[in-house]
Design a protein around this ligand. Sequence first.
Ligand code: ZN
Length: 341
Amino acid sequence: MRDVSTVPDECIKMFDASIQEVNGKGPKKRKKSLEHICDKGQRAELNTSENEEKPAENGAKETVANDTVELLHWRDMPKHLQFNPYVLTGYRPLQDWSGCVRSLFYFHNETINIFTHGFSLVYILLVLPGLLPWSGGGGSAWFLSLCHLLGALAPWCGSFVYHLFMNHTSGAGLYHRLLQLDMLGIWVSQSIGAIPMVTATVYCAPALLRYTALVTYCLGSLLGLYKAMRAWSPWERRLCFAAPFCMRLVLAGARAAHLGGGDPHAILHVFLQDAVSLGGGIIGAMHVPEKWFPGAVDRCLNSHNIMHVLVVLAVYSMHQVTTLDLAWMSQVDCCTPLGQL
Ligand SMILES: [Zn+2]
């Protein structure tokens, strides 16, 4: 792994300019001369490890030193993997499928992201199905339990695959497909995973209002999915979920004002499930704290790591709301005024 202190001054200047570009303060294009100086400066260093380079199966080169993969600097990465200019080191080189899988066994700047959601995937797969009331509370309990299981599993599946294989040698095309898979997982969690909460909130409402609310929520979610599959910037991707998010906010307000159904004891988690994931989305898009300490939190505690942990907490809140609401729906008497439920 190369260290920043060994990089020539010209390269540091060039990298500073890159950060300024991202902040909107620097020039739009890098000066080519700086790139050439940087290349020259790095060439000698690269030559020292030339003998250690071996071609991978598909022709891409993978640098190996003493049986370990040499991790790279941000500037060495292809454009599609330079999405966070404040994470400077710890990048895996481009690898084939088996190389990506083997990266599970050494520490790089995606390790925390892979494992936070990998462990969540295994834990929920093993534990959650046994906790859900599949056959209790009428025919809808089975469907709503399935919605919750899908919503609680989906974000980890997409995220795990995306972070593990993002550096595959297939390049930008495969990377964008993986990013779409990650977005699809978030969409399933946000949309399908919230259906039990939406159902409980309008459970005792007149039939017309109940079906209108559910159909509106589903259409808003589908619109979000359409936009998510076509979004390219981090902010665009997060705004895709604005419509279902706003509707959940209205329903949460109705529950807080005793105008909607659902277990009253779940109200804190009703707000937390969206507030925590919104906070995670904002932290991720703002690149905080690595924006303040570039290079200091490359492998641990950077914005994406924090966002991943917050997503786990948001799904925990969603689980609390869903289990309480499913139990509430199985025993509620809708003839009782909502304020007294
Ligand atoms: Zn992620």
